[in-house]
Design a protein around this ligand. Structure first.
Ligand code: ZN
Length: 98
């Protein structure tokens, strides 16, 4: 299966949070993300994001260690937007060959 640079499977922290009762989610230190056979435990930390006033939960990116609100599968691992370079639309053709 080719993974296209512009159609990386992604999951937001809000999506994860919606799958658990609030009391359960509040005590979770990590969550196992799974998609297409790629499973990995990802830490969840409550912190002030850049520019954010309120404390809120974030993923801890397994690849670069940064805080992220969305993770996607990058080269067979979960990673953040900076790791996956999701905004680079000029890379679209990298997945053109099956
Ligand atoms: Zn990262």
């Amino acid at each position: 299966v080719a993974i296209y640079r512009d159609s990386i499977p992604r999951v937001s922290l809000a999506q994860v949070r919606s799958q658990f009762p609030p009391r359960v989610f509040a005590r979770m230190g990590a969550v196992c993300l799974e998609h297409g056979g790629v499973a990995e435990d990802v830490a969840i930390e409550t912190a002030h994001g850049s520019g954010a006033v309120a404390l809120r939960p974030w993923f801890r990116c397994p690849q670069c260690g940064g805080l992220a609100g969305v993770l996607g599968i990058v080269d067979g691992r979960w990673g953040c937007r900076a790791c996956g370079q999701w905004r680079s639309r000029n890379r679209r053709r990298l997945g053109a060959t099956a």
